[in-house]
Ligand binder design. Structure first.
Ligand code: GLN
Length: 472
C-alpha cells in the first residue's frame, strides 16, 4: 500500500501512534515514544516513496528494544543506572535501518540489562501479556514482543543472549529470530554477555522477518566478532515445499515438568512439517543438553560482571554525588543504580572468575560449552534443522516466579543452548493452550538462517496460528 501510494507513511505512523495510545495503558510495552522523530522520518520516507526510491522497509514503523543506542534518544536498558542516558551515536543496526528510510516510533521495555525472562526485572514498570494481562510477556525483549502482537508497531528489534527474542516471541505469538552469532553487528548494543548476545527481528510473520534480517545483517568493522560472509536475500528461500529436508527432534528438549499441552502442540506442529515433505527423525539425542543451563549461568554472569564494571558513576549513567569519598560514591552508585537481579549476576560472575574458583567454574563451563557445540555439529552432519518447543510452559502469572530465580532461569532451558553454540534459531506461533500462546523453535546450522526461515515459512503457509490476534 505504501509503494502504490494507497497509504502514506505519515498516515501509517499516525495510526500506529494512535494504537499505542489506546493499548499502552493496558500492556505497558513502550518506554519512550519518539513521535516527533517518527513523523519527521515518515515525511522523509514519503518523499522517497513518491520518488520510487523505496526499499521494502521504507516508511514502515519499528520499535527498538531499549538496549540499542539511538543517537539523541534516551536509551535506558530499563535500568535506573541509564535512566537518563542519551547516546551520542547510533548502533549499527539503527544506522542500517535509517539507511532504509524506516520510521522509529520508540524504545521498548525489557528486563534490566536484558537479564530476565519475564520483563518483570525492568526498573521502570512491568509489561503485560496481551493474551492475558495478568500474565508475563516473557523476556527480556518483552516490550518488543508485546508491541508487535498488540499492533503497536509493525515490527521490532530485540536482543537474545539466552532466549530473549525467542521466548517472548513464543509467549506473545509472534515470529522472533536469533541470528547466528556474528551475523548481525553488536556495535551499539549495550553489552550483557558479549559471547552470547545477538540482535534480531520480532515480526508478525516469517516474510517480514526475512525482510528485516536483509536490512540488519552483514559485516561491520566496528564489531570484531561480526563475520565477513556475504548476506543473501533472505526472501529468496521462502518456498512452501520441504521435500528433501531432514529434521531432527532432540529428546532432551522435552524436559521433565514440561506442560502436557505444550508437548502435544509441538508434536502436532512437527507432524505438520512431515506432511509438508520434510523427513523427521523423532528421537535424536544431544546428551549434554541438561548441563546447558548451568554452563549459561556461569558464562553469562561472568561476562556480565566484566561488562557492567563500566557503570561506576564517572563515565556515564547515574552518579551518586552526595559524598566527598570516592569509594562511597562508587558503592552507592552501584547500590542504587542496579536492581536485585543485576546485582545477583554481578556477584555470581565475580565469584566464578575469582582466583581459586576460576578453573573450577569458569574454565570447566567453557569446556562443557565446547562439548555442547560439538554435539550440535554432529547432529547437523545428519540434519538440516532441529525442532523443539521454545519454552516448556505457556506464559506464567505476573509475580509467580519473581522470588524464585531458579524457576525463572528454567524458563529458558530450550533456548539458551542455542546461544552457547552460537547457532541461529527462530520461534514461530504453533498453537494455544486455554487461549495462551505456544511457540515452536527451529534451530539451524551456523549461518543457515535461510533453512530455518524456509521451514518456518512453509509452516506459516500451511497454518494460521500466526494470524490470530489478541483482543486487548
Ligand atoms: N533469560 C535469560 C537471562 O536472564 C536470557 C536473557 C537474554 O537472552 N537476554 O539471562
Amino acid at each position: 500500500m505504501l509503494v502504490s501510494r494507497q497509504l502514506s507513511s505519515v498516515e501509517l505512523t499516525k495510526a500506529v501512534l494512535e494504537r499505542i495510545s489506546q493499548v499502552e495503558p493496558k500492556v505497558h510495552a513502550v518506554v519512550t515514544i519518539t513521535d516527533e522523530l517518527a513523523l519527521r522520518q515518515a515525511e522523509k520516507a514519503d518523499e522517497l516513496l513518491a520518488a520510487g526510491d523505496a526499499t521494502p522497509l521504507t516508511g514502515v514503523p519499528v520499535l527498538i528494544k531499549d538496549n540499542m543506542c539511538t543517537k539523541g534518544v534516551r536509551t535506558t536498558c530499563s535500568s535506573r543506572m541509564l535512566e537518563n542516558f542519551v547516546p551520542p551515536y547510533d548502533a549499527t543496526v539503527i544506522e542500517k535501518l535509517n539507511d532504509c528510510g524506516v520510521v522509529i516510533i520508540g524504545k521498548s521495555n525489557m528486563d534490566e540489562f536484558a537479564m530476565g525472562s519475564s520483563t518483570e526485572n525492568s526498573a521502570l514498570f512491568v509489561t503485560c501479556n496481551p493474551w492475558d494481562l495478568s500474565r508475563v510477556p516473557g523476556g527480556s525483549s518483552g516490550g518488543s514482543a508485546v508491541a508487535v502482537a498488540g499492533g503497536e508497531t509493525i515490527y521490532a528489534l530485540g536482543s537474545d543472549t539466552g532466549g530473549s527474542i525467542r521466548q517472548p516471541a513464543g509467549f506473545c505469538s509472534v515470529t522472533g529470530l536469533k541470528p547466528t552469532y556474528g551475523r548481525v553487528s553488536r556495535y551499539g548494543l549495550v553489552a550483557f554477555a558479549s559471547s552470547l548476545d545477538q540482535i534480531g527481528p520480532l515480526t508478525r510473520d516469517v516474510h517480514d522477518c526475512a525482510l528485516v534480517l536483509n536490512a540488519i545483517a552483514g559485516y561491520d568493522p566496528r564489531d570484531s566478532t561480526s563475520v565477513p560472509y556475504p548476506t543473501p536475500d533472505y526472501t529468496q528461500c521462502l518456498t512452501p515445499d520441504l521435500k528433501g529436508l531432514k529434521i531432527g527432534v532432540p529428546r532432551e528438549y522435552f524436559v521433565e515438568g514440561m506442560q502436557a499441552e505444550v508437548e502435544k502442540a509441538i508434536r502436532a506442529a512437527i507432524g505438520k512439517l512431515e506432511e509438508l515433505g520434510a523427513t523427521v527423525e523423532w528421537e535424536v539425542s544431544l546428551p549434554s543438553t541438561p548441563y546447558a543451563l548451568a554452563v549459561y549461568y556461569i558464562i553469562a554472569p561472568s561476562e556480565a560482571s566484566a561488562n557492567l564494571a563500566r557503570y561506576d558513576g564517572v563515565k556515564y549513567g547515574f552518579s551518586y554525588q552526595d559524598t566527598d569519598n570516592m569509594w562511597e560514591a562508587l558503592e552507592k552508585t552501584r547500590q542504587y543504580g542496579f536492581g536485585a537481579e543485576v546485582k545477583r549476576r554481578i556477584m555470581l560472575g565475580t565469584y566464578a572468575l575469582s582466583a581459586g574458583y576460576y578453573d573450577a567454574w569458569y574454565v570447566k563451563a567453557q569446556k562443557v560449552r565446547t562439548l555442547i557445540r560439538q554435539e550440535f555439529d554432529q547432529a547437523f552432519e545428519k540434519f538440516d534443522a532441529l525442532v523443539t518447543p521454545t519454552s516448556p510452559t505457556v506464559p506464567f502469572k505476573i509475580g509467580e516466579k519473581v522470588d524464585d530465580p531458579l524457576q525463572m532461569y528454567l524458563s529458558d532451558v530450550c533456548t539458551l543452548p542455542i546461544n552457547i553454540a552460537g547457532l541461529p534459531a527462530i520461534s514461530i506461533p504453533a498453537g494455544f493452550a486455554d487461549g495462551l500462546p505456544i511457540g515452536m523453535q527451529i534451530i539451524g546450522k551456523p549461518f543457515a538462517e535461510e533453512t530455518i526461515l524456509k521451514i518456518a515459512y512453509a509452516f506459516q503457509q500451511a497454518t494460521d496460528w500466526h494470524k490470530r490476534k489478541p483482543q486487548i
